[in-house]
Design a protein around this ligand. Structure first.
Ligand code: NDP
Length: 326
């Protein structure tokens, strides 16, 4: 038997509860894992609360991330005792996920736990942090070096935003953090932000073009915020778009793209090819300061993930939440 959060949907409605499940309930897969830690990402909060149709199959254990140890494996790359990390691939959406003490899944989805991190640190990073690194890699691939100008990070006190601020600052970029929580200004400066800006400056409908302010952007918010960021991006700047915390729409014009040569780079972590995942984890090992990671992480028990999901969607969670499933 093992403990898990289970999401069910039936005549009684949509609900997530902590349950004792039998090993035989685990889905098919060539690797069986003992989970040490999982996390709470925005998507996990949606899956737990049912506020968006993240869960595609019922009943389902949510949790798009896990760090754990291989118990048994018929996959050629993994043997019992190996420490591994999983992010995405539909786990926690269509396949049972990490908010449980056990998991069974495809070894093709796993990456070895980077030596630089403990399992808890890897989950303090989680999908949010690995996505932030994918955004940074995209900025670099498009030639945005620190000398090109400042980078704006929206939703900065959230999980993706916090890691993006810390990594960009360590790499020598000047970082402007946009937040709806002015009380987190000191926290954002501790992570390395050089400017902290009010969210309200970005949420009104955008003009086609505005004063050029940014060489690049990491946008976790979408909607008017992303439109304003694009309109404020300087000639040949790059905007990485990874989130929708403020909405899925993009009320923009083509002006930034055709008149300023701005690049809008889409970032997806779920189906991202393995070589890029490995690169992102490798770069997190070298470019994320562990002290700053400690500042942004809090740890909760499995049962606490249920109320924490509501708090996260209400914008009351700062940084990253690690879930100790044991
Ligand atoms: P968090 O909830 O931790 O962070 C989101 C932050 O956005 C909040 O902390 C808040 O920051 C800000 N925010 C919340 N609501 C609004 C609003 N209505 N308008 C403007 N800003 C708002 O979530 P994550 O960091 O885990 O994820 C951020 C986004 O990125 C989500 O949309 C998530 O789905 C997406 N994502 C996408 C991935 C991909 O593969 N593309 C992978 C991982 C995440 P503050 O209080 O500082 O303003």
């Amino acid at each position: 038997m093992f403990k898990a959060i289970l999401v069910e949907k039936d005549e009684a409605g949509y609900r997530a509860t902590v349950r004792e499940l039998d090993d035989t309930a685990l889905p098919d897969g060539d690797v069986r894992l003992r989970v040490a830690y999982s996390t709470l990402n925005y998507k996990d909060a949606l899956a737990i609360t049912g506020k968006s149709p993240v869960v595609r199959k019922f009943p389902l254990v949510p949790g798009i991330d896990l760090a754990g140890t291989v118990e048994s494996s018929t996959h050629p790359d993994y043997k019992p005792g190996d420490a591994v990390v999983l992010n995405g691939w539909g786990v926690g959406e269509t396949h049972w996920g990490g908010l449980a003490q056990r998991a069974r899944l495809s070894g093709d989805w796993l990456v070895p736990l980077p030596q630089a991190f403990t399992p808890a640190q890897a989950m303090a990073i989680g999908t949010a942090g690995y996505t932030a690194m994918l955004c940074v890699l995209a900025l670099e691939q498009h030639g945005i070096t620190p000398d090109k100008g400042p980078i704006v990070v929206t939703g900065a006190s959230g999980g993706v935003g916090s890691v993006a601020v810390a990594v960009l600052a360590k790499l020598g970029y000047s970082v402007a953090a946009v937040t709806g929580r002015p009380q987190e200004a000191a926290y954002l400066r501790q992570l390395g932000a050089t400017q902290v800006l009010e969210r309200a400056e970005f949420t009104a409908p955008a003009r086609p073009l505005a004063k050029e302010r940014w060489a690049g952007a990491v946008d976790t918010v979408g909607s008017h915020t992303l439109a304003n960021v694009c309109a404020q991006t300087q000639y040949r700047g790059v905007v990485t778009a990874c989130g929708l915390a403020g909405g899925m729409d993009l009320p923009s014009t083509v002006a930034p793209f055709i008149l300023r040569g701005v690049t809008l780079a889409g970032i997806d972590s779920v189906m991202c090819p393995r070589p890029e995942r490995l690169q992102a984890w490798q770069r997190l090992a070298s470019d994320l300061n562990l002290e700053r990671l400690g500042l942004m992480a809090s740890e909760i028990a499995l049962e606490e993930a249920l109320p924490a999901a509501e708090a996260l969607l209400a914008g009351r969670v700062r940084g990253r939440v690690v879930v100790d499933v044991n």
